[in-house]
Design a protein around this ligand. Structure first.
Ligand SMILES: Cc1cc2nc3c(=O)[nH]c(=O)nc-3n(C[C@H](O)[C@H](O)[C@H](O)COP(=O)(O)OP(=O)(O)OC[C@H]3O[C@@H](n4cnc5c(N)ncnc54)[C@H](O)[C@@H]3O)c2cc1C
Length: 504
């Protein structure tokens, strides 16, 4: 404890998760804790992680970050969803949008009406045309959503695509201005309390010893405190998510600065394309059991749509999570707690959820097991649900053109996912979540986009006469198209709102 009775929080690691945690704790719990962060520039940060989910806007808002300033600094673009190419079959393309299909109102979800018309052979237009976010993405348009109830322009959300290397320094400035302190140095030892097993202090290569009450492990894949010092086991999920490497290679932007991320299926995984203001991020996420590093790097180099800015860099990882993220007085956040591949841009979201749970359950006068258990329950649930959603992308495919796709198409999936898929196949039903990230429209987009076609629908969708339903859909389609057409081009909007800062 400090003189004022506040907890001494020691954060190990100064990547995105370390500085997000430092800024949030310094801003929102200034009377409850002091924040001290240790990082090693010699070790560096993972330096990827460019695509986000809309939740990050709420995080930035709570920290008082002005959107245009943050976007200028990190050279960010807007993201309305993810385009998946070649997933169900080679040649397929669908967008997983941030927003609803239809107006997202009413008791019966829009896709049930659409499924009814399809099963009755009435050929409704493609589902994407009823999504504001999908239509804007396809047309390369962007403006921020409106708030007047009932308007079609209220039915989408957005996130950012930003330069991962610039985000942590941006947050560092903020955290330090709020009183967080930083030590440059390499942690070489962790001192445990022999009785409680809690961490008492960490030791740096310089010989310095730093004590704390609560230790936040943001040390990346190495999981220095939770994994190495406390020995918390890792649950390996690679049998369902076999991708274990990525080759990353930025290039000059020579094609459109799309307001979406692309995930393009490849013979042994998939390739990301993330356009930023100053360059385009690319990477091939693959399974080393099915392709060599050299083959993957050259496949990526051959596929990118612009001159390379750097040679391909290989990153290694394993899908899964630590059994518990909070053990004793150590809370792991970010890659130190686990990793699920970047197919749905969920890692920074998981960091944010862990920070929010830590703020809500921040220890008072010692650590209560009930707080710790609740934190672990929230984090486990988030990981488990994202895991199922990611597996769906691989498993729901008709591709049989490579060993990799044959493996993922035929592999047994977790029971929790098998049950969800069966409900959707039978009657188009999405299992409702009260907590967790991906809601109905996300599952609908991926199921239908990957050719999981329901054999039935919610019986209440039979209520309106078919001609009235078709007419209503035609009107909605026209309304969405007209609203998108009235919006500015994505890049024009950015130029007027948040052009990249010279300082960046
Ligand atoms: C291929 C790939 C693509 C990704 N794409 C996305 C994406 O699109 N969207 C998304 O949300 N996420 C993505 N991620 C995940 C994202 O990059 C991370 O979640 C995010 O960067 C947070 O990383 P981190 O801060 O936990 O770890 P790191 O960035 O690795 O930071 C670890 C920190 O710990 C410090 N450290 C380590 N050991 C020591 C030591 N001994 N002493 C002192 N300091 C130490 C390091 O110096 C560093 O500061 C991706 C990850 C990978 C691998």
């Amino acid at each position: 404890m400090t003189d004022t009775g506040a907890q001494r929080v020691v954060i190990v690691g100064g990547g995105t998760s370390g500085w997000m945690a430092a800024a949030a704790l310094a801003k929102l719990l200034p009377r409850r804790c002091s924040v001290h962060l240790i990082e090693s520039e010699a070790i560096g940060i993972v330096g990827v992680g460019e695509a986000t989910l809309p939740h990050i806007r709420a995080f930035n808002d709570r920290l008082g970050i002005a959107e245009s300033d943050f976007m200028s600094w990190t050279r960010a673009t807007f993201k309305l969803g993810i385009e998946f190419r070649n997933w169900g079959r080679i040649g397929d393309s669908y967008v997983h949008p941030f927003g609803t299909f239809g107006r997202g109102q009413g008791e019966v979800d829009f896709h049930h009406y659409w499924t009814r018309l399809r099963l009755q052979g009435l050929n409704p237009p493609p589902l994407e045309r009823f999504s504001m976010a999908c239509t804007m993405a396809r047309e390369g348009r962007f403006t921020r959503p409106t708030t007047e109830p009932g308007r079609i322009t209220t039915t989408f959300g957005y996130a950012y695509q930003f330069d991962a290397v610039l985000f942590a320094p941006y947050l560092r400035q903020l955290a330090e201005s709020l009183g967080a302190t930083r030590t440059e140095g390499k942690v070489v030892d962790v001192e445990l309390n022999g009785e409680t097993g809690h961490i008492r202090a960490i030791k740096l290569e310089s010989g310095e010893r730093i004590e704390g009450d609560l230790f936040v492990d943001c040390s990346g894949f190495r999981s220095l405190l939770l994994g190495e010092a406390l020995g918390e086991p890792f649950q390996d999920w690679s049998r369902w998510l076999p991708a274990d490497r990525a080759a990353a290679m930025p290039c000059r932007t020579e094609t459109a600065v799309t307001p979406y991320t692309s995930a393009i299926a490849m013979p042994a995984g998939w390739r990301w394309r993330i356009p930023l203001q100053h360059r385009t991020g690319n990477g091939y996420v693959y399974s080393s059991a099915f392709v060599s590093d050299d083959e993957a790097a050259s496949a990526l180099a051959g596929a990118v749509e612009g001159d390379a800015i750097a040679q391909p860099r290989t990153l290694r990882f394993r899908a899964g999570r630590r059994e518990r993220s909070w053990v004793g007085n150590c809370v792991a956040i970010g890659l130190a707690s686990g990793f699920l591949e970047p197919l749905e841009s969920t890692s920074i979201y998981l960091v944010q959820q862990a920070i929010t749970a830590l703020l809500e359950l921040f220890p008072e006068r010692g650590i209560a097991p009930s707080d710790r258990d609740e934190f672990n329950r929230i984090i486990d649930l988030e990981y488990d649900r994202i895991r199922d959603f990611l597996i769906l992308h691989y498993h729901a495919t008709e591709r049989d053109d490579s060993e990799f796709w044959n493996y993922v198409r035929t592999m047994p999936v977790p029971d929790s996912l098998a049950e969800k898929m069966e409900l959707f196949r039978r009657r188009g039903r999405i299992v409702k979540y009260r907590e967790g990230v991906f809601l109905d429209a996300s599952w609908v987009a991926v199921y239908l986009g990957q050719r999981v076609r329901p054999l039935g629908y919610d019986p209440r969708a039979d209520l309106p006469p078919a001609d009235a339903l078709l007419r209503g859909m035609g009107e909605l389609e026209a309304e969405v198209a007209a609203a998108a057409e009235a919006m500015p081009n994505h890049l024009d909007f950015i130029r007027g709102y948040c052009p990249m800062a010279a300082a960046a």
